[in-house]
Design a protein around this ligand. Structure first.
Ligand SMILES: CCCCCCCCCCCCCCCCCCCCCCCCCCCCCC(=O)SCCNC(=O)CCNC(=O)[C@H](O)C(C)(C)COP(=O)(O)OP(=O)(O)OC[C@H]1O[C@@H](n2cnc3c(N)ncnc32)[C@H](O)[C@@H]1OP(=O)(O)O
Ligand SMILES: NC(=O)C1=CN([C@@H]2O[C@H](COP(=O)(O)OP(=O)(O)OC[C@H]3O[C@@H](n4cnc5c(N)ncnc54)[C@H](OP(=O)(O)O)[C@@H]3O)[C@@H](O)[C@H]2O)C=CC1
Length: 515
């Protein structure tokens, strides 16, 4: 019998960010392995015209929850959505809901965050720092609370090269930052943002670091653990390989590569691609929840959920496998053939952006205009280039994360739990994982049917022929222009033509002689 699964049985669990990528995988695993849990409260905001119930209905009806619905047919009765917006004071939770939450909750998993790299500091602080502080204050009033698990990121201290499982201080105390956001206007915040984030690349990593300090300060009297995953990718094994449902991290770039938009990217091929599958993160999170509640470690433990030091994979290996899979099982209606390369200098990056990204986009937009349609590719391309520029920081560096706590936790699990809540990335076969990731992107993100693969292959063949024809036409046009304007080009042309005709007449003469 799994100790972890048994531990969550009969428990009331609060999850923030349950509608997000990791939150959904966490909920799914909880229901699948502990169908006898009492209830999962989820803090949800109405979004995109959907009520809370509609949002929950949509999640439960997704492919991710198919197995859960077999194992736990009354799953819908065990989810209790609570209307809450983490941007609001007290989250805008009603008095009755708050009372129920405070009196019943046993475990809190805090996953909600803004993961945008370009968020305004005010918003990022509100969600990643202030909301964390408020949630901890709520948790401190929960008499039945056994553990509070905070999801952070391995990149919260990405300004360092070697990162230990400790909380690092920031130059300005989080409380001062929270206070200042209340009275500073946007223009001043914009001005001080670069100074505050210092050598971190964005407000996301900075505010996640502040969030950790808040957890340490405010949660001193609680059983708390912090999980720091690196770049979370599609599921590895559970509930099935390759599940992914948003464009964050590598997923968006895999689409851009498979659809032929992304042709070059500035990356350090040998830098570690520290990806971690979503189900691995969730297994570690659940194991940490159990360990924190049952073993009650004296201090707040931080768990690095990373792959680089145990089973490293580099960007070259990953990129090549993405391309190989896109070649084998192409995405539908590709813009160009999937073919990409890494650039290593600013100059070559600018050159390939102009030649391989902007030029084809402009040409295709002209074609769309000429055929009476609305041009759209340049806009898409600009968005892609902006996204790449934001991700570049992470694909041109390597970090070392120590994993002592994570390894200690692994050793504390029973063999049954090590199997059921596996977070040992040494067992991961990268080539297989990346192939499943790309297939998952195709099936679950792009919603493409595998039956369309022959047509997609046919489309790629057409694109290859168009590419050849285009290159020949371009060559001829450039050559014609050169001949018209440049004496040297004319001389070369005359030389080539006379050489070819001599060669042909020699060839003809020798073959006649042989006859
Ligand atoms: C022998 C030698 C041979 C050499 C051969 C070499 C072969 C090499 C081959 C190379 C091939 C390349 C293969 C490529 C595949 C692998 C590359 C992987 C690189 C991955 C890098 C990942 C790094 C991530 C680092 C993360 C570190 C921190 C981790 C975390 O803790 S948090 C989670 C991460 N968070 C994010 O990822 C959020 C990032 N996103 C944002 O911040 C924003 O979305 C934005 C990028 C700033 C864009 O903002 P906008 O306002 O402009 O857009 P908006 O968000 O509103 O969306 C607009 C539309 O764009 C779509 N979109 C959003 N995100 C992405 C995305 N990442 N990629 C693509 N598209 C995206 C969005 O859906 C909207 O679309 P619409 O709805 O249609 O309008
Ligand atoms: N994905 C990754 O690569 C990594 C993620 N992490 C961390 O893991 C956690 C989960 O990330 P992930 O699942 O990928 O993120 P997602 O962006 O997929 O999910 C974010 C969640 O937060 C919720 N949320 C955001 N704003 C509010 C708000 N104002 N009120 C209520 N809920 C809100 C979202 O709700 P809604 O659906 O309404 O928008 C969503 O459920 C985060 O803490 C992140 O920092 C760490 C490392 C890597």
């Amino acid at each position: 019998m799994s100790m972890i699964a048994a531990f969550y049985g009969g428990k009331s669990i609060l999850i923030t960010g349950a509608t997000g990528f990791l939150g959904k995988v966490l909920m799914e695993k909880l229901f699948r392995t502990s169908p006898d849990l009492k209830i999962i409260y989820i803090l949800v905001r109405p979004k995109a015209g959907q009520t809370l119930q509609q949002r929950v209905f949509q999640i439960l009806n997704s492919k991710l929850f198919e197995k859960v619905k077999e194992i736990c047919p009354n799953v819908h009765e065990k989810i209790r959505p609570i209307s809450a917006d983490l941007n609001q004071h007290d989250f805008g939770i009603s008095k009755e809901d708050l009372e129920e939450l405070l009196s019943s909750t046993n475990i809190v998993f805090h996953c909600a965050a803004t993961v945008r790299f370009d968020d305004h500091l005010r918003h990022a602080v509100q969600l990643n720092v202030t909301a964390t502080q408020q949630l901890l204050s709520m948790a401190s009033q929960m008499p039945k609370l056994e553990a509070f698990i905070h999801l952070s990121t391995a990149f919260s201290n990405c300004n360092l090269k070697h990162i230990d499982e400790v909380i690092y201080p920031c130059s300005v105390e989080p409380k001062k930052i929270i206070d200042s956001m209340e009275w500073l206007d946007d223009a001043i915040i914009d001005e001080i943002t670069p100074k505050l984030i210092g050598d971190r690349p964005n407000t996301y990593t900075y505010t996640k670091a502040l969030g950790e300090i808040v957890v340490q300060q405010e949660g001193a009297n609680m059983n708390i653990a912090i999980i720091r995953p690196s770049i979370v990718g599609a599921t590895w094994q559970e509930p099935f390989p390759g599940w992914v449902d948003n464009l964050n991290g590598p997923s968006g770039l895999i689409i851009a590569t498979g659809k032929g938009f992304l042709r070059a990217i500035k990356a350090t091929p040998m830098a570690i691609a520290d990806l971690i599958p979503a189900d691995t993160v969730v297994n570690l999170t659940l194991a940490a929840g159990w360990y924190t509640a049952v073993h009650r470690p004296k201090s707040t433990l931080i768990y690095h959920c990373t792959s680089g030091n145990l089973n490293p994979c580099n960007w070259l290996k990953m990129g090549l496998q993405v391309l190989a899979t896109c070649e084998k099982v192409p995405f539908e209606k590709a813009f160009r053939r999937p073919k990409a390369d890494f650039t290593t200098t600013r100059f070559t990056t600018h050159y390939w952006n102009a030649v391989s990204h902007r030029a084809p986009a402009i040409i295709y937009d002209i074609y769309l205009r000429l055929t009476g349609r609305k041009p759209r590719v340049m806009k898409l391309m600009n968005r892609l280039l902006r996204t790449i520029s934001m991700l570049e920081y992470f694909i041109n560096r390597s970090w070392e994360w120590s994993t002592h706590n994570t390894e200690m936790l692994m050793s504390m699990l029973s063999p049954e739990d090590q199997r059921m809540f596996n977070f040992d990335v040494r067992q991961l076969n990268w080539l297989e994982y990346i192939e499943n990731y790309v297939l998952g992107v195709k099936k679950y993100l792009l919603k493409e049917d595998m039956a369309g693969v022959p047509e997609a292959r046919q489309h790629l063949r057409r694109l290859r022929n168009i590419h050849y024809l285009f290159n020949i036409a371009l060559f001829l046009i450039i050559w014609r222009l050169l001949i018209a304007r440049w004496q040297m080009a004319r001389n070369v042309w005359v030389f080539i033509v006379s050489f070819c005709s001599k060669f042909l007449s020699y060839f003809r003469a020798s073959s006649t002689l042989k006859l």
